[in-house]
Ligand binder design. Structure first.
Ligand code: HEC
Length: 136
């Protein structure tokens, strides 16, 4: 009888631990790794500046060992664009094959680092104007 109680007790314990782990998607950004999640502030993984979302874990594992994450955050591309950048790195930069992680990474990148569609150029920002002088 005691054994049965123990087994049930352990089951309840495991069950309650699992309940704690499954935070709603909007709170954990789909990230399972506690260490990564603890470094996310306002939806940004602060050590790298990458946007927190599903796929970030894979990007951190495969994409920041050779170069800064800035190369990623400063780039914008479509799904095809990101795929071809990755294939270029396979061919010329010794990037190891990503296998089943490639579609996860490409989907993360093309979702968050997509080309910004804008019909108008960006404002030039703080400009110092100066009077034009006539050439003599
Ligand atoms: C094996 C090393 C290595 C890994 C791992 C790696 N890269 Fe690169 N990547 C490079 C090198 C080398 C360059 C060229 C750097 C330069 O020009 O300064 C580069 C350049 C880039 C660029 C700039 C391309 C351009 O046209 O300007 C981007 C974006 C990039 N990598 C994204 C990624 C992503 C995303 C991953 C993860 C899938 C990744 N990298 C993983 C080696 C790597």
């Amino acid at each position: 009888m005691k054994k049965v109680t123990l087994v049930i007790g352990v089951c309840i314990l495991i069950w309650s631990c699992e309940q704690n782990q499954s935070l709603p998607q909007e709170m954990n950004y789909g990230i399972q790794n506690e260490v990564i999640l603890s470094k996310v502030t306002d939806g940004i993984h602060t050590p790298t500046g990458l946007i927190a979302d599903q796929g970030l874990e894979s990007v951190l594992r495969h994409c920041v060992s050779c170069h800064s994450s800035k190369l990623i955050t400063q780039n914008r591309a479509t799904e095809e664009g990101w795929t071809s950048m990755i294939h270029w790195m396979y061919e010329t930069q010794n990037l190891p094959q990503l296998g089943d992680q490639e579609p996860i990474i490409v989907s993360y990148l093309s979702k968050h680092y997509a080309p910004v569609a804008s019909g108008r150029r960006k404002d030039l920002g703080n400009l110092e104007w100066y009077p034009l002088q006539e050439e003599n």
